[in-house]
Design a protein around this ligand. Structure first.
Ligand code: NAD
Length: 263
């Protein structure tokens, strides 16, 4: 006899959930939004590039999903508060928040300017915390259970040259994930993170396709960068009831990259 509640399609089902994805205009965020929508969530696409998220909304709708495009800048708390208002107005309380927006840099630690450092940490860490705070406050006010998924990186756990501000911010995301998880666990809001290895997106396309990037690929045990769909499973696990007893975790999805010692 098939017990329906144990079927993957049911365990991972997001029907009735409302998701908000930041940085949904490209790369991993656009993919996250589509995966959530494909599994039943209504998705608020938040980014600065309105034309991009309008196009993604049309793509999701053409595939039978439900989405709305909302202009927002994660480094501007008032703008994010308005984005949550707009998402609530469209679909109701956001119960899945995917904190995905991020920026990169390639400046060595002794050369990075204060301005660039603050841009990277402000977007990749401060904005993740304040957006999670905003989302969680609204979940609690609505008496709703929820899941927050933060995007960290393997650079949260190890470092490479020229990534200091990024690595510092992403390590902070791992700790913010744990700190928020601890304080919100009893209130029904789970907070977890995904730490991807290298995926070819706008953030690093030139770098990954340079000689250095191609050499790095050879050091990845699986011998390749991540493909678009390689984060789908981790995202759905953390966003759905399949991960109901998971909180404070960082799930590494990197083809084995960080377990390998070079040499
Ligand atoms: P991407 O450049 O395609 O996507 C990042 C998105 O964030 C862009 O759409 C960008 O416009 C948006 N964004 C940046 N600043 C913003 C702001 N202030 N307000 C709103 N949106 C803003 O790159 P990606 O690879 O899809 O990156 C997504 C996330 O994944 C980032 O947090 C990144 O650090 C992380 N990540 C990426 C990789 C990788 O190899 N691609 C690896 C580990 C972690």
């Amino acid at each position: 006899m098939v017990i329906l509640s144990m079927k993957a399609a049911n365990i991972f089902d997001l029907t009735g959930k409302v998701a908000l994805v930041t940085g949904a205009s490209s790369g991993l965020g656009a993919r996250f939004a589509q995966v959530l929508a494909a599994n039943g969530a209504k998705v608020a696409l938040v980014a600065r590039r309105k034309d991009r998220i309008e196009a993604l909304k049309a793509k999701i709708e053409a595939a039978g999903g439900v989405a709305t495009a909302i202009e927002g800048d994660v480094t501007d708390r008032a703008s994010m508060s308005r984005a949550f208002d707009a998402a609530e107005k469209a679909f109701g309380t956001v119960t899945i928040l995917v904190n995905n927006a991020g920026v990169a840099h390639s400046t060595r630690a002794l050369d990075i300017t204060e301005e660039e450092y603050r841009r990277v940490v402000g977007t990749n860490l401060d904005a993740v915390f304040f957006t999670a705070q905003e989302g969680a406050r609204r979940m609690l006010a609505a008496n709703a259970r929820g899941a927050i998924v933060n995007t960290a990186s393997v650079l949260a756990l190890n470092v490479s040259k020229g990534t200091a501000a990024y690595a510092i911010a992403k390590a902070g995301v791992v700790q913010a994930t744990k700190a928020l998880a601890l304080e919100l666990a009893f209130k029904g809001v789970r907070v977890n993170a995904i730490a991807p290895g290298w995926f070819d997106t706008e953030i690093n396309h030139d770098f990954l396709n340079s000689d250095i990037g191609q050499n790095m690929k050879r050091d990845i045990p699986m011998g390749r960068f991540g493909n678009a769909g390689d984060l789908d499973g981790a995202l759905l696990l953390l966003a759905s009831d399949a991960g109901a007893y998971m909180t404070g975790a960082t799930v590494v999805v990197d083809g084995g990259q960080i377990v390998a010692i070079k040499g």
